[in-house]
Ligand binder design. Structure first.
Ligand code: 9MR
Length: 542
């Protein structure tokens, strides 16, 4: 089991080989489809993986640096899937992972020039959206019609959620801030290509423009989501025409919005001064609203049954918004408002964004005012990186993932771990952080218990049936490409909706490649985002 795309010449290269005490001890790397051995080596000791329910050995062939197409051979077993060593190993993957956002855009037709066989009619204009009773105010009573077009569909469903848009859009902007040269050279064949902005920023702007419309100009509050009352059937976007609502203003939405708009204001400043200023003003207004409404947790209304992204601890959202506003304005009051000494570092998820503050502060450490505690910033990032690297060293599969990491969207846990490690690497230059980060990308591209790439269209054996409405309804066999599927997790919350059983209940094997499986095989914008970050980072660092 290995990364089916392959490796950059200088990267760590590790495969997982089934192994018992009595099993084979040697491996060989052969030229793909031949018997030409280019390298041989000794397998590591057999180690039991309880998550995968098997004993495995690791094959380390990091010394293989000559570009080419290879397979791994162990006596008595079928050869591995082919993989490449190439100086461009992740360039196409990164492009596909960003283009997936384009292919998930609301309010626009995808034309053949940019979408190829995935061209489709426009869906969800969202120019006539109703204010739901839960969001009613004096200025905008229930039933008021507002316009809130653009944005990305959140996932396999067609709704748009501010909380999840927050971390997703931020992660794309963070990738740009960390690797601007890589993205300046990249063109993605999206409608805006060639307009003078890097395409990653063109794509992110599609969602930022939507997010801006989710702020009530009367008070700065931000609606939690724009949604149908219930999920659509598995139909194409233009067939999904149920009425759309903006639902309840929430503290989490206001703060995630504030954080992303503050980030965006500095990223877009060189390209569009007026837009940048508008974003910063929107960020500050949302921050102010949250100060006045510190505990307006999202409460799903009785008549709404779509995703809730509910979160009853918004201390992390406060810290993150404060940090981004501090970085973008240089105003020490925001740093104080972060309460930095009380903020720990954790692997980011949509509901736990505290570390996004640390990652941003670390990224901008050379420009911060004297108010910032430089030592604390570095130690938060490196302490978490070290903990993740220790997990990696102890794992039978040579990955960071542990039993508790196999949650809904586990694939993105692996990549968010890698994203943290890459920040640790950028701060310290410690090679083990880079190698541990590589293992997360290897994991989603095939070095996992089900021997499958979790990215549609990437790798010889990849997920084929994501829970993604266009992939199901477009009449094309191959799923829409470039999407990371959720991945194994033993919760199996969709069992009742699936006519086929999961193949296993083991944490690392509880994955069902079937469109019914929203709990293990959906796609989502927050899961693709660390794929964009990590594939760009590894390709850019080389
Ligand atoms: O990613 C979300 C996961 O953490 C939750 O456990 C799960 C159930 O509440 O919801 C996931 O988010 C879904 C959202 O609510 C609606 N769009 C699809 C998302 C991915 O499955």
């Amino acid at each position: 089991k290995l990364n089916q795309l392959g490796y950059l010449p200088a990267s760590a290269k590790v495969a997982v080989v089934p192994g018992t005490e009595n099993g084979a001890r040697q491996f060989a790397i052969i030229k793909a489809g031949s018997n030409d051995v280019v390298q041989s080596g000794t397998l590591g000791v057999a180690q039991w993986s309880s998550d995968a329910g098997e004993s495995v050995r690791l094959a380390d062939f990091s010394g293989l640096q000559t570009p080419g197409r290879y397979q791994l051979r162990v006596e008595g077993m079928p050869d591995s899937l082919p993989f490449e060593v190439s100086a461009n190993a992740y360039a196409a993957l990164n492009a596909a992972s960003i283009r997936a956002y384009y292919l998930n855009r609301a309010s626009i037709a995808l034309d053949a020039q940019h979408a190829g066989i995935y061209a489709r009619a426009a869906g969800h204009p969202d120019t006539q959206v109703l204010v739901h009773a839960s969001a009613a105010s004096a200025a905008r009573p229930a039933g008021t019609v507002i316009s809130s077009p653009k944005g990305w569909y959140d996932a396999g469903d067609y709704n748009k959620y501010i909380v999840n848009s927050g971390i997703s859009t931020y992660t794309l902007l963070a990738a740009y801030e960390d690797f601007p040269d890589f993205f300046r050279k990249q063109t993605l064949n999206i409608p805006e290509s060639g307009n003078g902005k890097p395409d990653l920023l063109n794509e992110a702007l599609w969602n930022l423009e939507w997010m801006l419309t989710m702020q009530d100009p009367n008070d700065g509050g931000v609606y939690h989501k724009l949604t149908n009352l219930s999920f659509d059937g598995m139909v194409m976007p233009e067939k999904a025409i149920m009425p759309r609502y903006v639902v309840q203003k929430s503290t989490a939405a206001a703060l995630d919005f504030a954080a992303v708009m503050a980030t965006a204001s500095r990223v877009y400043a060189p390209f569009d001064k007026a837009l940048s200023q508008r974003m910063l003003a929107a960020s500050k207004a949302a921050w102010q609203w949250a100060q006045a409404h510190p505990r307006d947790y999202y409460q799903q209304p009785k008549d709404v049954s779509t995703g809730d992204y509910g979160d009853k601890d918004v201390s992390d959202e406060f810290a993150w918004a404060a940090a981004e506003l501090y970085i973008s304005t240089g105003d020490d009051a925001y740093y104080q408002a972060m309460h930095a000494p009380e903020v720990q570092a954790t692997v980011p998820t949509w509901s736990d964004v505290r570390s996004l503050a640390w990652l941003s502060l670390a990224r901008h450490r050379q420009q911060l005012t004297g108010a910032a505690d430089q030592q604390l910033i570095a130690s938060r990032v490196t302490t978490l990186s070290q903990r993740l690297a220790n997990q990696w060293k102890q794992s039978a599969y040579g990955i960071v993932m542990q039993t508790g990491d196999y949650v809904w969207g586990s694939s993105a846990v692996a990549l968010n771990q890698s994203m943290v490690l890459l920040h640790g690497y950028r701060l310290t230059g410690k090679r083990e952080y880079l190698d541990a980060a590589q293992s997360g990308l290897d994991y989603v591209l095939g070095r996992n218990a089900v021997d499958t790439s979790f990215v549609t269209g990437q790798g010889t054996r990849s997920a084929l049936h994501p829970h993604h409405r266009p992939s199901v309804a477009d009449g094309i066999d191959a799923p829409v490409p470039g999407f990371l599927v959720g991945g194994p997790q033993p919760g199996q919350q969709d069992k009742k909706d699936c006519s086929v059983p999961y193949p296993s209940s083991l944490p690392a094997k509880s994955w069902l490649d079937h469109a019914c499986s929203y709990a293990s095989n959906e796609i989502a914008i927050n899961w693709n985002a660390p794929l964009v970050y990590v594939s760009a980072a590894l390709q850019a660092i080389k």
